[in-house]
Unconditional design. Sequence first.
Length: 276
Amino acid sequence: MSTYAIGDVQGCYDQLEQLLEQIQFDPTKDRLWFVGDLVNRGPKSLQVLRFVRALGDRAITVLGNHDLHLIAAWRQRKRHHHASDTLQPVLDAHDGDELCDWLRQQPLLHHDSNLDWLMVHAGLPPQWDIATAKQLASEVEKALRGDDFIPFLENMYGNQPVHWSEHLHGWERLRFAVNCFTRLRFCYSSGAIDLGHKSMPDNEHTDLLPWFTHPTRHSTEQRIVFGHWSTLGYYRGHNVCAIDTGCLWGGSLTALRLEDTQVYHLNCPTTRVPGD
């Protein structure tokens, strides 16, 4: 039995099928971990959702920012419509409601102590240890999975606050957590999170650090696999592994076998041009 973590699919169903053929995925014994952003911008989000859901307990997916965007668009279509979205087939499908309701039941964080791997879509701020991350994920999941989840959708958007405090409460606390789990790339040396920069790490912004390199990061003892950062590409170091390799943009779709860290890449055709 093998466990494969799969990078951001974003509706690229055909490429996902090809990658699973390449790794000889056997649904009767193997498991898949998806690092989030199953949907949007690619052409076949509906097929991806149906496939992952049908795998049942053979697959685990954490929520990414595009997955949360789909849930918001499902319930508030006019408010959350973007010209670059390719979500309409999901919203119009006969099983669209079931798929979106299934999606909102998925976690923000997954930890397997036997494999010694933790999975999130984007990252963890330096102040959080693993226990704190699990607690915050649980709080967000409770708000999203409840019957009255519309207020959560109405309050989860925004870039503030940027500083973590144990005294944060209410929507500010949940919004900070959502932003870390689904949008984080950089932190300042002060520990404040930055949500504006999406490029590769460089020498121009000397006060900006990739979240996983922050010198006071409290989660360094835990191996973490994540996606979200296509401009970073495949990266291993600092006890993390980044596996969003930009399939959508003509890069590759990546699978990481967690038992032995064997990596597989499938070269992908360009589906979307950045900025389009």
